[in-house]
Write a protein that binds this ligand. Structure first.
Ligand SMILES: Cc1cc2nc3c(=O)[nH]c(=O)nc-3n(C[C@H](O)[C@H](O)[C@H](O)COP(=O)(O)O)c2cc1C
Length: 319
């Protein structure tokens, strides 16, 4: 998610779940290929498995960008066919490509031919006044014919005129049923559902109903512990104790030290940690201590330790 799931966020989420597949925010092919912005590909090896999401619509450029992603060691290269923002529409990226499945198929084929890492697609069920029942199976058939074996479907349309990107994540109605029916039509295609999924139980329900995967965006960001601490057990069948937000905080301390030692700022990391204790005693004080203190000059890991201390003993901070 743009501006959210940067490398610091992914490092934190990986501490909470070993098995969940993490995605980068969208990186555009022109930025990599024409702009030479290779720093956008940087990540730490602890983040694996991690997928690089690309935006673009030029097959040759996407192929080149996918190759750069593969060389950087990403585990999957994902093409964004879901983002509705104006900026992205103007470059013919994202959801507007739902109107041009032939071009998406060409892009996928070029990306697959250029490098060895699996290429996947994230799409909507349609855009604007398209009949989703009709266009979604056609779209999937085209990308499958191009060699794509895995897709994530955000189960709502994007309305390209009149809604902001934010509204486009909430206003068009969700149609999980349609996504479910796609599994019947494409039994060999690995289909993940996305959109409005806010608990592991809900995610488990989709898997039990025959879907292959579930992608969780906003809930995983805002309540990372609720979504990720039990994910390895509930979703992936792992044995052993669930992770804890307290454990993740302690494991973030050396990461934060390293980040500060290389000139980084505390708030660049802690902004992703604000929701770690959401819904638990001390959550408000945790959030307040970090959000007020992390931008102060010289702020360091001791601020995080101070915020954690009042989680252990909420009486120490007036809520
Ligand atoms: C701030 C923000 C940035 C996003 N950026 C991307 C992006 O770069 N690529 C993408 O495929 N989806 C992006 N999305 C959409 C989410 O991946 C997801 O499809 C959408 O929020 C619905 O799922 P959710 O209800 O689980 O959040 C973004 C969402 C948010 C809130």
């Amino acid at each position: 998610m743009m501006d959210w799931t940067d490398r610091h966020c992914r490092y934190l989420h990986r501490l909470l779940s070993r098995d969940a597949l993490l995605y980068t925010e969208m990186v555009t092919a022109p930025a990599l290929v024409r702009g030479g912005a290779l720093h956008l590909l940087e990540y730490t090896s602890e983040e694996h498995p991690v997928a690089l999401q690309l935006g673009g619509s030029d097959p040759a450029e996407l192929a080149q960008a996918a190759k750069l992603g593969a060389e950087a060691g990403y585990d999957e290269i994902n093409l964004n066919v879901g983002c509705p923002s104006d900026r992205v529409q103007s470059g013919t990226f994202g959801a507007v490509l739902m109107k041009n499945p032939g071009l998406v198929a060409e892009c996928c084929a070029a990306m697959i031919a250029a490098q060895p890492v699996e290429v996947t697609v994230k799409c909507r069920i349609g855009v604007d006044d398209q009949d989703a029942e009709e266009v979604l199976p056609e779209f999937l058939a085209r990308i499958v014919a191009a060699g794509v074996e895995r897709v994530t479907i955000h189960a709502r349309k994007a309305w390209l005129q009149g809604l902001s990107p934010r509204e486009n994540r909430d206003v068009p109605p969700l149609d999980y049923d349609l996504v479910q029916r796609m599994k019947g039509l494409f039994p060999n295609l690995h289909i993940s559902v996305n959109g409005g999924i806010a608990s592991l139980e809900q995610a488990r329900g989709f898997l039990d109903a025959g879907l292959d995967g579930v992608m969780i965006g906003r809930a995983a960001y805002h309540q990372p512990a609720d979504i990720l601490c039990a994910a390895d057990r509930v979703i992936f069948g792992a044995q052993g104790p669930d992770s804890t937000p307290e454990g993740a905080v302690l494991a973030m301390l050396p990461y934060i030290e390293d980040h500060l030692a290389t000139g980084g700022k505390l708030h660049q990391v802690t902004r992703h940690m604000l929701g770690l204790f959401a819904g638990r005693p001390g959550a408000r004080a945790w959030r307040r201590i970090l959000s007020e203190g992390a931008t102060r000059p010289g702020a360091g890991p001791e601020l995080v330790e101070q915020a954690l201390a009042q989680i252990a003993n909420p009486a120490r901070a007036a809520e």
